[in-house]
Design a protein around this ligand. Structure first.
Ligand code: GTP
Ligand code: MG
Length: 303
């Protein structure tokens, strides 16, 4: 406006999100930014700028300048925010296999445990502490998978995105075959469901934890399982608290020790967990604001 009016300055719109949030372009689905650390910030949309009126160009020799500069509006865009939990280990298993019980015994997290399926309805991240190495491992307990999860049976595949970034998948198998289940069938079904979800999960390093070894049928089932499945298997019992030290050691080695150190049989001075690369730069895109979609906009008024 004229008469040296500057107009109001727009407030910054700051959205606080948890680490692990991805920002995608709503229309193209392209990844624009990823926030993985606490207090990390990205600017998605820069504000506009007011132009300078002629008063700014006034001087002793030019009392009535005609010069001005134009202002420009703030950017606008439509985005999708997707949360993908950040953890080193993701637990995969049928309902009731003991994922939450294991999280309870290894970490300070206290997810609910109960003898009915789908006790866990959201992701719980627990921290396994290794004071001897001055290190820690983050473990994500997600809801159980069942056959047909890819067709949205049970809770479906919706929680699998939370373990996409894990460096190790731990398959928890109820080795006692409670509820007349066959442990090797459970493993085959879980593997198939991961395949149907994405090749990313199938190709991740994995470890099998044979749980409920305190129950009578478990030992015999384990022998059959070992013949059918070639992966590394760690037998444990969360109830009897057996095998847990072995499991902790295997997890540390699998997550923190580099493949070279592993093959040389050396280790284990831990490195602080590798900092993930974060994309600070954001591609900005100008889109027309749409009334239907949420438009994030930061504006400064023009003069
Ligand atoms: N006997 C025995 N029972 C166990 C063991 N570990 C877990 N359980 C029992 O198995 C049942 C299910 O355990 P949860 O930890 O809730 O299973 P979950 O895999 O988290 O199940 P969802 O959250 O439904 O996917 C509970 O009643 C536990 O007490 C074990 O080592 N031995
Ligand atoms: Mg659970």
């Amino acid at each position: 406006m004229g008469r040296q009016c500057a107009g109001p300055n727009g407030e910054d719109l700051i959205l606080r999100v948890p680490p692990g949030t991805q920002v995608l372009d709503h229309e193209t689905g392209r990844l624009l930014a990823e926030l993985t650390e606490h207090n990390e910030r990205v600017i998605l949309l820069a504000g506009g700028k007011g132009g300078l009126g002629n008063m700014n160009f006034k001087s002793s020799v030019n009392q009535a300048p005609r010069r001005t500069t134009p202002g420009y509006p703030g950017e606008s865009g439509t985005f999708r925010f997707v949360l993908k939990t950040i953890a080193d280990i993701g637990l995969v298993g049928f309902p009731n296999a003991g994922k939450s019980t294991l999280t309870n015994v290894l970490t300070a997290a206290r997810p609910k445990m109960a003898p009915y399926p789908f006790t866990t309805l959201h992701v719980n991240v627990g921290v396994i502490e290794y004071p001897q190495y001055h290190g820690r491992i983050f473990m994500a307990d997600i809801p159980g998978l069942i056959e047909g999860a890819h067709e949205n049976r049970g809770l479906g595949h919706q929680f699998l995105r939370h373990i996409e970034r894990c460096s190790l998948l731990v398959f928890i198998i109820d080795m006692a075959g409670s509820e007349n289940r066959q442990p090797w069938e459970d493993y085959r079904i879980l593997d198939r469901e991961l395949k149907l979800y994405s090749s990313v999960l199938v190709n991740k390093p994995r470890l099998i934890v044979a749980n409920k070894m305190d129950l009578p049928a478990a030992e015999k089932n384990l022998q059959t399982f070992q013949k059918k499945v070639k992966e590394t298997i760690v037998p444990i019992s969360c109830h009897a608290r057996s095998g847990l030290d072995d499991l902790r050691a295997v997890l540390w080695k699998a997550v923190k020790v580099s493949p070279l150190q592993r093959s040389l049989g050396t280790s284990t001075r831990p490195k602080s967990s590798a900092k993930k690369k974060t994309s600070q730069k954001v591609q900005r895109k100008k889109t027309k604001p749409s009334m239907k979609k949420t438009v994030l906009r930061r504006k400064k008024s023009k003069r």
